[in-house]
Design a protein around this ligand. Structure first.
Ligand code: CTP
Ligand code: CA
Length: 225
């Protein structure tokens, strides 16, 4: 069992964390969603707040309780997440993007419930803004941490995202492994840094993974100041 860190190593730091999945409306009753539970992002928010950070959590729909001391903004769509994140970005020291953002949304949202008149239904999708890419382009002193959930070539894909989005760290998980990924209480992650270093963690509870990630981010902070 990992130690619960009682130290206040994030005292005075402002951290923006995104969690859970976005939902993109099709009509008044349906949406496109994903399997993200929000557990990893909420565990990070809880750990960061306990260690003294001012935490701003931008969350997609989930039934998880808001961790103590955390300031929450609830959103549904990627566009709403983008607006909430950009509104805080200049004021924070660290951003952790644990949310699973829908890459596409329906081009048109039907005003009325779509009736099952045809034998097939085609919904045209358009690309959502890449929020983390935008943060990478705007970043000044902020530490940017991304997540990458992959089903193949984990390290290659995660490294590409780290570079393209101008991140300081990316947390990569192979969601095909039992014990990793969406909607379960454990995760198996690899941490990749800007300098190319990779650290592999064993299967741990999402609380333990969160505690270790906050340790690593806290170390990056002391390096950059
Ligand atoms: N992300 C984001 N905005 C998007 C899509 C992703 O901010 N529109 C962020 C996620 O929160 C995550 C990181 O980018 O921290 C990587 O997300 P991922 O879905 O793994 O990568 P994509 O760049 O969307 O590429 P693909 O889905 O094609 O693998
Ligand atoms: Ca994606």
């Amino acid at each position: 069992v990992a130690l619960l860190h009682n130290c206040q190593d994030l005292q005075g730091q402002r951290i923006l964390i995104t969690a859970a999945g976005t939902r993109e409306a099709i009509d008044p009753v349906r949406y496109i969603g994903n399997r993200s539970s929000g557990k990893m992002g909420y565990a990070l928010a809880e750990a960061a707040a306990r260690r003294g950070a001012k935490v701003i959590l931008v969350s997609g729909p989930t039934s998880l309780p808001t961790p103590p001391g955390v300031n929450i903004t609830r959103i549904e769509t990627a566009a709403q997440m983008q607006a909430a994140v950009l509104a805080e970005f200049d004021t924070v020291d660290i951003v952790i993007k644990a949310a699973a953002v829908a890459d596409y949304r329906p081009e048109l949202v039907a005003e009325q419930k779509i009736k099952k008149t045809g034998d097939t239904l085609t919904i045209n999708l358009v690309k959502n803004p890449d929020i983390l890419l935008e943060l990478g382009q705007r970043k000044k002193q902020q530490i940017l941490v991304g997540f990458a959930a992959e089903t193949e070539d984990l390290i290659i894909h995660a490294r590409e995202k780290l570079t393209k989005k101008n991140l300081d760290m990316i947390v990569a998980n192979d969601i095909t492994l039992p014990g990793a990924g969406f909607n379960i209480d454990t995760n198996i992650v690899k941490i990749i840094y800007k300098n190319g270093n990779v650290e592999e963690l064993p299967q741990l509870s999402k609380q333990q993974v969160a505690e270790i990630l906050i340790d690593k981010i806290s170390k990056l902070l002391t390096k950059s100041t």
